[in-house]
Design a protein around this ligand. Structure first.
Ligand SMILES: [Mg+2]
Length: 95
């Protein structure tokens, strides 16, 4: 599945749950994940979308680790299965 389709599905699933999946276009924070997922109750997730099989670049891997160290949840979503797992986690966290 290509990245554009995965992003579209991600936006739709998050919208269904009443949240926002905002495109994050950083000026200086190079390698930051593509989407900031904002959910009710102040819950925040970062998602890097990729075409199926594509790996994170080194800088993306570094940013993921930096964000995780701060306690953020960072997901790589590159397939329907990965999207389903992410949505399941978001639902589990929902109040
Ligand atoms: Mg991407």
């Amino acid at each position: 599945m290509n990245e554009k389709l995965i992003e579209k599905k991600l936006r739709e699933e998050i919208r269904k749950l009443g949240g926002r999946a905002e495109k994050f276009i950083p000026t200086y924070f190079v390698g930051a994940p593509d989407r900031l997922i904002l959910m009710s109750g102040g819950k925040v997730y970062w998602v890097e979308t990729k075409s199926t099989g594509d790996k994170l670049r080194d800088i993306q891997q570094t940013r993921k680790k930096q964000l995780e160290k701060l306690g953020f949840k960072v997901y790589k979503v590159d397939s329907q299965q990965a999207l389903d797992r992410f949505i399941k986690d978001v639902r589990k966290d929902a109040i």
